[in-house]
Write a protein that binds this ligand. Structure first.
Ligand SMILES: NC(=O)c1ccc[n+]([C@@H]2O[C@H](COP(=O)([O-])OP(=O)(O)OC[C@H]3O[C@@H](n4cnc5c(N)ncnc54)[C@H](O)[C@@H]3O)[C@@H](O)[C@H]2O)c1
Length: 246
């Protein structure tokens, strides 16, 4: 790793675990300063301490606009600016229609869709001030195609793909690019400790889940000015899962 993100300052939600933690590690290794943000305080603080002086941690519940304002302020206070926002925090659940409750639905949308909206809202002025800036919204293959039973999750990830486009169109003249990343199944705590990494080829042409380290390079690319002409677009990293039927 080198200095592909040298001088950049990033705020990553959901950075205490899984892919967010992988992105935070890589960002620091590539020269960025990173504010890790999560509801999981102990794990986030531990990882930030491990990553050293160019990493900090702030408590953030992405459903709270006040938490977002405080996280952006803490990032600017600690590192001087904010030029990369990674809306990564998310949850997964599922259940058939008839049993999937309105409460589950509202909670899913609050975290996976309203959360990134509140993040964009809170970070907008800081990102514009630091231009050129980049926002990376972590959607999913479930933002490209439906997942049976995962109604709230699929709707939230399609919604985030749409929010990416409206924000990209609005913020491009202000020097802020906004893109979405669509991982396929990735081996993280979200899928459970006993998740089987092997898939059949009908589920995924590569016949396996991905690893966080296989998604992170796309996020690094989109956070850097290597992606200066990428805007409002979908970046699928899914082993070919959404390419079509095998
Ligand atoms: N793992 C997969 O197969 C997969 C596939 C496609 C997309 N994704 C998406 O990638 C992102 C990261 O998921 P992961 O697999 O690394 O999961 P993970 O469960 O390992 O990490 C998610 C993180 O989000 C945090 N979080 C949850 N609710 C929060 C809230 N209200 N406020 C702030 N932080 C909160 C958790 O504490 C956790 O640290 C999510 O948006 C997820 O939907 C995951």
């Amino acid at each position: 790793m080198g200095g592909r993100l040298a001088g950049r300052v990033a705020l990553i939600s959901g950075a205490a675990s899984g892919m967010g933690a992988s992105h935070a590690r890589a960002f620091v290794a590539e020269g960025a300063a990173v504010m890790l943000a999560d509801i999981a305080d102990a794990a986030g603080e531990q990882l930030a301490a491990e990553l050293g002086a160019r990493a900090g941690f702030v408590h953030l519940d992405v459903t709270s606009g006040a938490d977002w304002d405080a996280a952006v302020a803490a990032t600017v206070a600690r590192f001087g600016k904010l030029d990369v926002l990674v809306n990564n925090a998310g949850i997964l659940d599922a259940g058939p229609l008839g049993t999937y409750t309105e409460k589950q639905w509202q909670n899913m949308l609050a975290i996976n869709l309203t959360g990134p909206f509140l993040g964009l809202t809170a970070a907008r002025d800081a990102l514009v001030a630091a231009r050129p800036a980049a926002v990376i919204n972590i959607s999913s293959a479930a933002g490209i195609q439906g997942v049976p039973g995962a109604h709230g999750y699929t709707a939230s990830k399609f919604g985030l793909r749409g929010l990416t486009k409206s924000a990209a169109l609005e913020l491009a003249p202000l020097g802020v690019r906004v893109n979405s990343v669509h991982p396929g199944g990735v081996l993280t705590p979200m899928l459970g400790a006993d998740a089987d990494a092997t898939l059949d080829r009908g589920e995924n042409p590569l016949a396996r889940l991905g690893l966080p380290a296989e998604i992170t390079p796309m996020v690094v690319f989109l956070a850097s000015e290597e992606s200066s002409y990428c805007n409002g677009a979908e970046f699928v990293v899914d082993g070919g899962m959404t390419a079509g039927r095998g």
